[in-house]
Write a protein that binds this ligand. Structure first.
Ligand code: FGO
Length: 418
């Protein structure tokens, strides 16, 4: 090749590489005859970038004829609000991210297409994730970006004090107490919300559903909330009331937090210390603690044209492919949803070299879900989440706050309130 051409080519490919994925996708969709929108709740960072890369790569396989267009709709909750509004207006997208409880809600509006009807082969998909999107025997979502809670910790601080990573709830509390005293400030960071609460609640033996009935004020729930409240009072637990925990690292001594594996890239970027990822402390040291599964599934709305359905089916098959899942997991910290991703040679090597990523995969075997009730999103944020904040921030009594939450949830579920 002509010597002068090489730098020019290099420059051109650099310009291409620097083009924002969003703009590339826009160009891909401009001339396409078939377009399927994918509404999502990623607001930025690695998750949004990884989704866009995946879509961009998929669109390349369509030879300019068809494309998927990701449309950010704000937070996960903004997303479900916009989807409900779109139902009313008769303008739902082709696909969207959805929590299991969102699926239950959308099914009440008979708005979803069963995934099997599209001919998508779901074999090899993580069974815990798959069973969570089964309603009345049919699968209504494709597990896509599923996360698991893990224990993030400050390796430097543990080393400095000669302490080990705790493997039980009692050890977590004892270690946090020691470190907080030594460092002069609370070292266990938590958000007073339903996600953090779920970790303590599940591992104290709690269950939200008893004989099919929702119970928010069980003795385990009171115990979990009391424990967090005493942590704050005793000075070992620090409530984070503004922003994500990763945005609050550096505001004081930090040792531990229980948080979504999808936060991994954010923690890595923010931590000015050697970050560790460990299995969750459990009730006893015989078994790791359970982590809450969060993140979403992709659902397909009814009323699509045949060509759109074909496109969507191909896209979903692509998204769950071991290759795509390996790449997506690597870029974000989400759990690969396809079992075969773990056999992908590149991913295998990555896991061997990155113990944090291996930990995330391992923790995913100890997983719990929140109830897939249509009203759950409202309950987890406006009722249970509110009760948790009242206790942690305004020092309300845990039992009283949860009793009130129980009453509010019952009123909502019975249709007495909305
Ligand atoms: C988030 C939310 C729900 C439901 C749980 C539900 C609705 C929780 C929790 C409330 O995909 P995940 O694991 O993690 C998110 C990912 C993409 O944004 O990255 C995480 N992130 C982002 C920025 C950052 O600085 N740090 C960071 O960790 C982000 O959390 O989902 C976990 C957090 C919450 O959104 O405040 O799932 N959640 N169940 N939301 N609407 N409905 O039923």
């Amino acid at each position: 090749m002509n010597r002068a051409v090489i730098p020019l080519l290099a420059l051109a490919s650099l310009a291409l590489a620097q083009q924002k994925p969003e703009d590339v996708i826009k160009a891909q969709c401009e001339k396409a005859q078939v377009v399927a929108e994918l509404w999502h709740g990623f607001t930025g960072g690695a998750p949004k970038a990884a989704l866009e890369t995946l879509v961009l790569e998929f669109n390349k396989t369509q030879g300019g004829k068809a494309c998927v267009r990701p449309v950010p709709q704000g937070s996960y909750r903004d997303l479900s609000t916009k989807i409900k509004a779109a139902f009313a207006a008769g303008t739902p997208p082709a696909m969207a991210q959805a929590y299991e409880n969102n699926i239950a809600l959308y099914l009440q509006a008979q708005a979803l297409t069963p995934i099997q009807n599209l001919g998508v082969d779901l074999s090899g998909v993580n069974l815990a994730f798959l069973n969570a999107v089964r309603f009345g025997g049919l699968v209504y979502g494709v597990p896509f970006n599923k996360s698991i809670q893990v224990l993030y910790y400050n390796k430097d601080l543990l080393k400095k004090h000669g302490l080990k990573v705790p493997t039980t709830l009692d050890a977590l509390i004892a270690t946090a107490k020691k470190l907080s005293q030594a460092e002069g400030g609370p070292v266990y960071y938590f958000q007073p919300d339903a996600s953090t609460f779920a970790y303590w609640f599940f591992n104290l033996g709690g269950n939200y559903l008893k004989d099919g009935r929702l119970v928010l004020n069980s003795k385990e729930a009171v115990e979990a909330l009391s424990l967090l409240a005493s942590g704050v009072k005793e000075g070992w637990a620090k409530p984070i009331t503004s922003g994500y925990i990763n945005q609050n690292l550096g505001t004081g001594p930090y040792a531990f937090s229980v948080d979504t594996s999808a936060g991994y890239t954010y923690y890595l970027q923010a931590a000015k210390f050697d970050l560790g990822v460990a299995l969750l402390p459990g009730k006893t040291s015989r078994q790791p603690g359970y982590g809450l599964v969060q993140g979403t599934n992709l659902v397909v709305f009814r009323g699509l044209k045949k060509e759109q359905e074909r496109l969507v089916a191909q896209f979903l098959q692509y998204v769950i492919s071991p290759k795509a899942q390996a790449a997506f997991s690597r870029a974000t910290g989400y759990v690969p949803v396809h079992e075969k991703a773990l056999e992908d040679p590149g991913f295998k090597q990555y896991l061997a070299e990155n113990p944090d990523a291996a930990m995330i995969v391992k923790q995913a075997r100890y997983a719990k879900f929140e109830p897939a009730l249509a009203e759950w999103e409202q309950i987890r944020f406006d009722i249970l989440g509110q009760a948790i904040k009242e206790v942690i921030v305004n020092r309300a009594d845990p039992k009283a706050a949860l009793d009130k939450a129980q009453k509010q949830a019952e009123d909502l579920l019975a249709g007495r309130t909305r």
